[in-house]
Write a protein that binds this ligand. Structure first.
Ligand code: NAI
Length: 408
């Protein structure tokens, strides 16, 4: 169990050379006890170092397994300074009462820009012309070469990336239609259509920006490509599982689809040593990129800010908004109070037990919010500052307690 610590006692271990913006944000918030290491650590070193850390920041190479997490007795939170969180045993972290944060929206603009550029390149037939010229050819022709102005972009998934792309595409004079699982407020002059089929029938370029869900897996098969306009273009920078690649190859072969840009694949090489295998390699009119839609210097800098800000909010306020594995709780501070954070096993009766114990001890609760996720519940409470020591003792006595902290 962790008591409130002075900021200079709260120890941050930042690995894998996370962007220096993270150091800036933490320092500005008063956290200076930071060990910054440029590389990943092997398991033995990691277990040794993590023992003293309250917060750990990693990128994709550090494996936070159950074994490593169980040795991290003081650990309060994990920050993945990247998008993916597969390198962390999220279930184990939850059971141990440790929220995991990441930066899912730091590279929105990077993806939107790439897709916009690809739209222009595809409509001008540049990928194929580029390949021919590289081989010494000179096919100087305007056939199948179009301006994007006045053409219709069909965006599937109007979330962070889809809506940003919509604004950029309209600024080039494109018409934008979109399809989303839910009703979304349009930006600019974009129009939501009633179904995916309607979008496929109307769009000159179709681009996917949906998450990887059972409902989006293989959402583009031969039947969907058949519904697209003859000579339309197709872009996927969302998730590889959304598209039946053989069906796309067949649509390219038959010239139903005039060109495509694909950044994500059902099976991607695990490292630079592994060969990328795909039927799409055969097509000059397909732009193939190795899952770099969001990989820019600006995105790295944004990630440094975003995750460090989440660390500060959790450390200062107990705010777990957007933690990937953990109940999300956020409440404003109440004047003249101390804040108690109680992480407990999610079984019936814990809240009533706590409220009864506080009533019995004459502790007034100024604010209270609780959420649960899986086997874990997270309760945030503000109590009169004179009562926090007493409240802490009562919380520690609750048998289902995993961790308690007091903030003041
Ligand atoms: P987001 O969560 O902000 O938006 C996704 C949108 O898709 C939401 O509006 C949601 O309602 C909608 N949606 C969900 N299921 C749907 C369905 N069955 N049909 C239609 N719409 C549906 O996500 P964000 O940040 O815009 O990312 C979109 C995709 O881009 C994700 O798959 C993400 O993993 C991927 N991505 C790829 C990158 C790359 O390097 N290529 C980098 C960043 C994100």
């Amino acid at each position: 169990m962790t008591l409130s610590l002075h900021k200079d006692k709260i120890r941050f271990l930042l690995l894998e050379g996370v962007h220096e913006n993270a150091l800036k944000v933490l320092n500005e918030a008063g956290y200076t006890n930071i060990e910054y290491i440029k590389t990943a650590l092997d398991e033995e070193e990691l277990i040794e170092k993590i023992k003293d850390a309250h917060f750990i920041g990693i990128r994709s190479r550090t494996q936070l397994t159950r074994k490593v997490l169980e040795s991290a007795e003081k650990l309060i939170a994990i920050g993945c300074y990247c998008i993916g969180t597969n390198q962390v045993d999220l279930e184990a972290a939850l059971e141990l009462g440790i929220p995991v944060f990441n930066a899912p929206y730091s590279n929105t603009r990077s993806v939107a820009e790439l897709v916009l550029a690809e739209t222009i390149m595809l409509m001008r037939g540049v990928p194929e012309k580029n390949a021919v010229v590289h081989r010494g050819g000179w096919n100087k022709s305007a056939k199948d070469s179009y301006e994007v102005r006045g053409k219709t972009m069909g965006i599937v998934g109007y979330g962070s990336i889809g809506s940003q792309l919509s604004v950029l595409a309209e600024s080039l004079g494109m018409k934008v239609i979109y399809h989303d699982a839910i009703t979304k407020l349009p930006l600019g002059n974009a129009v939501q259509v009633g179904s995916l089929d309607e979008l496929l029938e109307k769009a000159d370029v179709v681009t996917l920006h949906v998450p990887d869900l059972p409902s989006t897996r293989n959402m583009m098969t031969a039947a969907e490509f058949a519904k697209m306009k003859d000579g339309a273009f197709f872009i996927n920078a969302a998730r590889g599982g959304c598209v039946d690649i053989d069906a796309l190859a067949a649509a390219l072969e038959s010239k139903k689809i005039l060109g495509a840009a694909i950044d994500v694949f059902p099976k991607e090489p695990k490292s630079a040593d592994e060969e990328f295998v795909s039927p799409l390699r055969a097509f000059d009119n397909v732009i193939l990129t190795p899952h770099v839609g969001g990989s820019t210097q600006e995105a790295q800098a944004n990630i440094g800010l975003e995750v460090a800000e989440k660390f500060v909010k959790y450390s200062d306020q107990g705010d777990t908004t957007s933690a990937v594995n953990f109940p999300n709780v956020s409440i404003p501070f109440t004047e003249g109070t101390h804040r108690l954070l109680h992480i407990h096993k999610n079984v019936p009766g814990v809240l009533s037990q706590i409220n009864a114990a506080f009533a019995d001890a004459g502790i007034n609760i100024a604010a209270q919010s609780m959420m649960t996720k899986g086997d874990v519940g997270y309760l945030v409470m503000d109590v009169d500052d004179n009562d926090s020591e007493k409240a802490l003792q009562r919380l520690r006595a609750v048998p289902e307690t995993i961790r308690v902290r007091v903030l003041f």
